[in-house]
Design a protein around this ligand. Structure first.
Ligand SMILES: Nc1ncnc2[nH]cnc12
Ligand SMILES: [Zn+2]
Length: 330
């Protein structure tokens, strides 16, 4: 049995495996510019975040109906369950779908077909986090939030993703204020490719409770000290950082230094279909390559539940935490 964990940084569109992409393409009469899954997999060589995003948005063309989104989420939940994920807070990118003529209702209700029965079907509790694309306008983000208002009972929080550099958090001050007023939780990608200042801005201007990635905080000791003092969780994604060349190799990953500094890190998969591994694979990789001890792995798993938005169900959180403490690595 794998170590129980929560997944807090997972883009559902990034779980689209080549096999499912071709299946949905056939179902929806969409032609992909790749002959087969093998040729598609060969395109998974990324230079940086943008080169990945180009493929990520291109493949979304196959997602058209509620059932497509349900199938996508169910396939993820089944894989996550096999890797010890007990709770998942799942990102989705509505603007990428709205732009293709797929409605907010299709996306949210489709995902909900899987998430609403995830506990029974997969033993995983879930929450949904709606992300704004930071390379789109602030007005578009506000429109997206408006389009989501009929579905807010399904949505726990908002996030910020896509191309980071040149799109500082401050651009989204207004939509984050509006989201907070609606009672939504707030997270944002910051310090993946962007500078440490973006992390500070995400905290101070957007009021985020967790920072997604946050890796580049390590360039600013004062910021590290603050993140430690305020116990701000960072959702680190080791295999993603290698594939997107944020770090040279996994052996160079700053995760051990981050933990030694006292940062509240969690380990997550980001876009597992593209980056070579799901949550458990990321844990295994940091154990094997970075030599993280069993105590450190347990700390990462504990942090994942502590950093999750389970305030509405503290009993459940306590149960998951007890599972982590009782876990026997042998
Ligand atoms: N790692 C990542 N960074 C920014 N935006 C993303 N969208 C999907 N994955 C992402
Ligand atoms: Zn991400």
């Amino acid at each position: 049995m794998p170590l129980p964990k929560a997944e807090l940084h997972l883009h559902v569109e990034g779980t689209l495996e080549p096999e499912l992409a071709f299946e949905l393409a056939a179902r929806n009469g969409v032609t992909l510019p790749y002959a087969d899954t093998e040729e598609l997999r060969k395109a998974y060589e990324f230079e940086d975040l943008q080169s990945f995003l180009n493929l990520y948005y291109e493949l979304m063309a196959v997602l058209r109906t509620e059932q497509d989104f349900a199938d996508l989420a169910n396939a993820y939940l089944a894989r996550a369950a096999a890797q010890g994920v007990r709770h998942a807070e799942i990102f989705f990118d509505p603007q990428a779908h709205l732009a293709r003529g797929v409605s907010m209702g299709t996306v949210v209700e489709g995902l909900w077909r899987a998430l609403g029965s995830s506990e029974e079907n997969h033993g995983i509790s879930t929450k949904l986090i709606m992300c704004f694309l930071r390379d789109e306008s602030a007005e578009s983000a506000l429109e997206t939030l408006r389009a989501a208002t009929p579905y807010l009972d399904r949505i726990t929080g908002v996030g910020l993703d896509s191309a980071e550099v040149g799109h500082p958090p401050v651009k989204f001050r207004e939509v984050y204020e509006a989201a907070a007023a609606l009672g939504l939780r707030r997270v944002a990608h910051a310090g993946e490719e962007g500078p440490p200042e973006y992390i500070t801005e995400a905290l101070d201007v957007l009021g985020v409770e967790r920072v997604d990635h946050g890796l580049r905080c390590m360039e600013d000791p004062a910021l590290v000290e603050r993140l430690v003092r305020e116990r701000i969780p960072l959702t680190v994604c080791p295999l993603s950082n290698v594939r997107l060349r944020t770090v040279d190799t996994l052996a160079d990953h700053p995760l051990p230094a981050m933990l030694d500094a006292g940062l509240m890190c969690t380990v997550n998969s980001d876009d597992p279909a593209y980056f070579g591994g799901y949550a458990g694979d990321n844990f295994t990789a940091v154990h094997r390559t970075l030599g993280l001890s069993e105590d450190r792995l347990r700390e990462l798993a504990r942090n994942s539940f502590l950093a999750s938005f389970l305030e509405d169900d503290e009993e459940r959180r306590a149960r998951y935490l007890a599972e982590v403490e009782a876990y026997d690595f042998l």
